[in-house]
Write a protein that binds this ligand. Structure first.
Ligand SMILES: C[S@@+](CC[C@H](N)C(=O)[O-])C[C@H]1O[C@@H](n2cnc3c(N)ncnc32)[C@H](O)[C@@H]1O
Length: 287
């Protein structure tokens, strides 16, 4: 069958998909083609169809379109976009000499996690807010860190000697561990951990980062909000997203309500609020 015919249909579906989902047309076309090329029955039906226009009204086309949409939806819902690219960057980082340039590898790692990828265009603004809320903190726990610690500007936070990243996602933790190993200065450590495991006895941090995690927990495991509220830190920096992970939909107001409600129920005192182009945040004192 001519690939042009398949591509023309994919481009047409991609236009529609991109109106509701957060991805560009070229990316959408490639994802649709990947699903369709693996579907022999669909390819055979398309090559036997005399009229491509009429074909889009058949059950087999509609099912294939739904299958491609679902693949795109579930792909976008994953935080780690490409596990292989992430693993390759981590391996390279492990081999990189101490005086090598880690920046391109760190950029690849960050680009492969949805939460850090969406901050790429305004990272400076974001770090200005976080660093100003950190003040002279010496210790920090990053709860549900994703791969954010690989971008942390350690040089701009000289007081911070202990950054502990925790996440349940093994790929994200391996990436942070690879970076911590390359740094080799002991300031950053990473641990695979699930919120349901709770906190270690006796640990206390100056600051806890809870970036884009409170709304996730509120949605997926609301019973664990109580554990989050007992975070062993004096100050907490909480954020939520302005746009949904998958759909092109503004969610700032909803996310603000969730993080404000959480802070109120936890008995935190909000001392500052901030905003970046894709995120809303609160700084709160826990004591
Ligand atoms: C929206 S991402 C935010 C990542 C990072 N904080 C950032 O802002 O770039 C949420 C992160 O929380 C982690 N997470 C969600 N539920 C968790 C849980 N119950 N225990 C540990 N980590 C969790 C996910 O694996 C994911 O990396």
């Amino acid at each position: 069958m001519s690939d042009e015919r398949l591509r023309a249909l994919a481009e047409r579906l991609a236009e529609d998909v991109c109106r509701s989902y957060r991805l560009g047309p070229d990316e959408a076309v490639e994802k649709i083609l990947a699903v369709w090329r693996a579907d022999r029955a669909f390819c055979a039906a398309l090559s036997g169809a005399p009229d491509a226009e009429k074909f889009t009204r058949t059950r087999i086309y509609k099912d294939a379109a739904t299958k491609a949409r679902k693949a795109i939806y579930f792909g976008l819902r994953r935080y780690c976009a490409d596990d292989k690219a992430l693993a390759a960057a981590c391996e390279e980082l492990a081999r990189l000499p101490k005086d090598g340039d880690a920046a391109p590898l760190l950029k690849t790692i960050a680009a492969n996690h949805a939460s850090t990828a969406e901050r790429a265009a305004h990272l400076d603004l974001f770090w200005n807010e976080i660093l100003s809320a950190l003040g002279e903190a010496r210790s920090l726990i990053d709860v549900g860190s994703g791969v954010l610690p690989v971008l942390f500007p350690f040089a701009r936070a000289p007081s911070l000697q202990h950054y502990l990243a925790r996440d349940r996602d093994g790929a994200a933790v391996r990436a942070v561990e690879a970076y911590a190993g390359w740094r080799g200065d002991g300031r950053l450590t990473a641990r695979r951990w699930d919120l349901k495991d709770g906190w270690d006895a006796g640990e206390t941090f100056d600051v806890a980062l809870m970036l884009k995690i409170v709304p996730v927990v509120a949605r997926q495991e609301p019973a664990l909000l109580e554990t989050l509220a007992r975070v062993p830190a004096r100050r907490v920096i909480l954020t939520g997203s302005k746009e949904a992970l998958v759909k092109r939909r503004a969610i700032a107001r909803r996310e603000r309500n969730v993080i404000e409600g959480f802070a109120r129920d936890a008995g935190f005192r909000v001392s500052h609020t901030f905003e970046t182009p894709d995120e809303i945040g609160l700084v709160a004192e826990t004591g």
